[in-house]
Design a protein around this ligand. Structure first.
Ligand code: SIN
Length: 317
């Protein structure tokens, strides 16, 4: 076949390039995903089956009943699967609030969220009940609660009632996002710290007479811009527009531009997976390794979810 008529990809192989008029728009294969994708495809498990959802992130697990007693051996495998796939999904798991909390608490101490007073029978179980009167405001890429000194390590979300269409949750692999950055950006951010704060988001829901008290209880938290995963050792991009107020030691405008540049990595489709919920689906995500984004395209339909979060360690680089 002549080279003129062949697929240009056969000539360029894994080379990416910017479009001449839009040099920031790069096209071509994300070659750095290949090794991780191959590794995940080769994993096998004794207590369940796992079907990877996307290149380096997400797996749907089957053959395990979360409502029955999960053995210690199965629990250890679930933990390993969580670290491997970064988010794991289950179908047809009609967990009661008690079962949900009991299962999540076997992965660690549960977090009580100060801005979501308990609205279930369990203090550590938060119910997100959306409908005509309460829209979904989780449609921005974020890790949960990075404004805490010890942000949650993981979260287990159970769908009680989902709309016929819409309300999907998207997840982004923050190791792939870090790895995909140009070397000059990695060098620039590797030793930077960022300040995280609840004020720009949850702060809007705090009544004036409670603001001082909440500020004292939850002062700003400082975390590395790039953190190391405690279990896998992976380097992870750890800033998000919801909670990262600024990067330490650079000007306000540089800080804003840098946060924006890093946050935009999550928009890369190749780093993401998307979960289409059904009633009694469960998603269990590693809150260091992924960011998530709950699509808010279902108003005024009803979407009811319950979340239990597991307290993490202080992030380090
Ligand atoms: C969240 O941001 O933790 C909620 C995710 C969701 O409702 O899908």
């Amino acid at each position: 076949m002549s080279q003129v008529n062949s697929d240009p990809g056969t000539v360029l192989k894994a080379k990416r390039f910017g479009l001449p008029s839009f040099p920031d728009v790069m096209v071509g294969p994300f070659g750095h995903l290949a090794d991780e994708r191959t590794r995940l495809a080769g994993l096998s498990w004794n207590h369940f089956d796992a079907r990877p959802v996307d290149a380096t992130i997400g797996a749907e697990l089957s053959g395990i009943d979360l409502t029955a007693g999960v053995s210690d051996a199965a629990l250890a495998e679930l933990r390993d699967a969580l670290h491997a796939y970064k988010v794991i999904f289950f179908r047809d798991q009609p967990l009661t609030a008690e079962q949900h909390v009991a299962l999540a608490s076997r992965f660690g101490e549960l977090e009580v969220h100060p801005f979501f007073p308990s609205n279930t029978s369990e203090p550590a179980l938060v119910r997100f009940e959306k409908g005509a009167d309460t829209g979904g405001y989780e449609n921005g890429w974020h890790h949960d609660v990075t404004w805490r000194e010890m942000p949650s390590a993981a979260a287990m979300l159970h769908a009680l009632q989902v709309p016929a269409t819409g309300g999907d949750t998207l997840f982004c692999d923050m190791a792939a996002a870090y790895e995909g950055l140009p070397g000059s950006v990695k060098t620039r951010i590797d030793n930077l710290d960022a300040v995280h704060d609840y004020v720009a988001s949850f702060g809007q829901t705090v009544p004036a007479n409670k603001q001082q008290e909440m500020r004292e209880l939850y002062p700003e938290a400082t975390h590395p811009v790039v953190v190391r995963h405690e279990a896998t050792g992976a380097k992870l991009l750890y800033v998000n527009r919801f909670f990262t107020s600024h990067i330490v030691g650079i000007s306000d405008s540089e800080s804003r531009d840098l946060i924006d540049l890093l946050a935009r990595q999550s928009d890369t489709l190749e780093y993401q997976c998307r979960f289409r919920w059904e009633n009694d689906s469960v998603a269990f995500w590693d809150n260091r390794a992924v960011q998530h984004y709950a699509a808010s395209d279902y108003w005024p339909s009803i979407r009811i979810m319950e979340r239990a979060s597991i307290v993490g360690e202080r992030p380090t680089c």
